[in-house]
Design a protein around this ligand. Structure first.
Ligand code: NAD
Ligand code: DAU
Length: 374
């Protein structure tokens, strides 16, 4: 299938008013942190009128309860398929059964620490799973309008004290996680260059916001601070990450999905570089302000505990997102000052979701409701 044929489906590529006319969007990993925010964003905040098919294996990181409100509000416009991208036949079946014309691929093993302890799943899901999706997408021929791959800035490796990652930065992944994401990026690009598949890729910095699984830095620190538990900071806490609110990431993905040229890639970042130790201190002071004091009366900062460093810990990530701003007019709506506080408030007012995740109750709920794997 030539890239030319695919281009013919673009309705209008003017900045601000451009979109491909999708009818059935397959979202992989839609029960995870960013995927669930993305589905809510598209249905509630864009002019999309079609149907979303959420294809998710419900690993430990997947929680369909994060989309209870969406399932209740959007009826037949939201479909959940309990299936695994490692299963090529299940992927093929979903593409034909739901007449898929657009894919947004979030599904991945996403936690760096887990990839260090047990890299196998990362290779199977992130590489083989992506390959399965690409094969089925390719078989759709002209009917497939877009395959968007959600990737990470970690594929670029680690920065020193200065400089930024951009779309032209060479790949230099260090962890099994980032190496598996890099491999998937290369496969996605190869399917464009070889078969003309209408792909786009975004490489994003660290996200924060509602529904993030509490193994990642920000939700872990919020919940441990709330409960007066130790706050484990790796090494001296001097590593730097660039923090982006998940809603800004979702808006960026939608913009790229609907407006970007086939084959293009965009970096997405928050212009909010911070040392981990400073992130944790900021979270502590917000929790001190918004939650009841600790029994001991101590400030939550005193819970900070320096622990052994992560193996191969990347020193600094920072994104130059000027291409996305310039080409497609994307702008952030949040900043870390307000975004961190909103996020703490979200966790404080969603303790039912938090408790079901922390106690493992959400797994039992999944077993009751989705005993058969798709
Ligand atoms: P997450 O771990 O919260 O969610 C991953 C989802 O994928 C879960 O719902 C899980 O059940 C599902 N999944 C895992 N393996 C699967 C499989 N084999 N088949 C089907 N579904 C499967 O991840 P996240 O933080 O929401 O990240 C989503 C994507 O964004 C990932 O591709 C990640 O690499 C990328 N990303 C994340 C960040 C971040 O800061 N969280 C930043 C940049 C890029
Ligand atoms: O940059 C994008 C990436 O951001 C995504 O591709 C990954 O999917 C996502 O998990 C995230 O990776 P990080 O490794 O940067 O995120 P994490 O929240 O695990 O850690 C953030 C920083 O905080 C990192 O430098 C390690 C440190 N850290 C983390 C944890 C969980 C701690 O100091 N203590 C902790 O307990």
């Amino acid at each position: 299938m030539s890239g030319m044929m695919y281009h013919m489906h673009i309705m209008n590529t003017d900045k601000g008013n451009c979109h491909k006319a999708f009818r059935n969007i397959l979202v992989t990993g839609g029960a995870g942190f960013i995927g669930s925010n993305f589905i809510r964003h598209v249905l509630a905040k864009t002019d999309f009128k079609g149907r979303i098919i959420n294809f998710d294996a419900l690993t430990y990181a997947g929680n369909p309860r994060s989309l209870d409100d969406v399932a209740a509000t959007y009826g037949e416009r939201y479909v959940f398929v309990h299936a695994d991208i490692r299963d090529a036949e299940a992927v093929r079946k979903a593409f034909s059964e739901y007449d898929i014309d657009c894919v947004i691929h979030f599904a991945a093993e996403s936690h760096v620490d887990r990839s260090i302890v047990s890299p196998d799943d990362f290779v199977q899901t992130n590489i083989v799973g992506t390959f399965n999706l690409l094969q089925s997408a390719r078989q759709r021929g002209d009917s497939l309008l877009r395959f968007h791959h959600v990737s990470t800035d970690e594929v670029f490796g680690s920065l020193g004290a200065t400089g930024f990652f951009s779309e032209t930065t060479p790949y230099q992944p260090h962890s099994p996680y980032s190496a598996s994401k890099a491999a998937s990026d290369h496969l996605v690009r190869a399917f464009h260059d070889t078969y003309g598949l209408p792909i786009t890729i975004t490489n994003c910095s660290n996200n924060y916001g509602p529904y993030q699984f509490p193994e990642k830095l920000i939700p872990l620190m919020i919940l441990n601070a709330l409960e007066g538990k130790p706050l484990p900071v790796y090494g001296e806490g001097l590593n730097i990450r660039d923090w982006l609110h998940v809603e800004d990431h979702c808006a960026a993905i939608w913009t790229v999905l609907t407006c970007a040229e086939d084959g293009s890639t965009y970096c997405v970042g928050g212009r909010a570089e911070m040392r981990n130790i400073d992130v944790v201190k900021r979270i502590c002071s917000i929790v001190d302000r918004l939650a009841p004091p600790l029994e001991s009366g101590a400030a939550r900062e005193t819970l900070i505990t320096h622990v052994a460093d992560r193996l191969g810990h990347d020193q600094r990530y920072a994104i130059d997102c000027s291409k996305l701003e310039r080409d497609l007019g994307w702008r952030q709506a949040h900043n870390a000052d307000t975004g961190f506080e909103e996020t703490v408030r979200w966790y404080l007012s969603n303790m039912e979701w938090v408790d079901s995740v922390r106690s493992g109750e959400y797994r039992k709920w999944i077993e009751r409701n989705y005993s058969k794997r798709g």
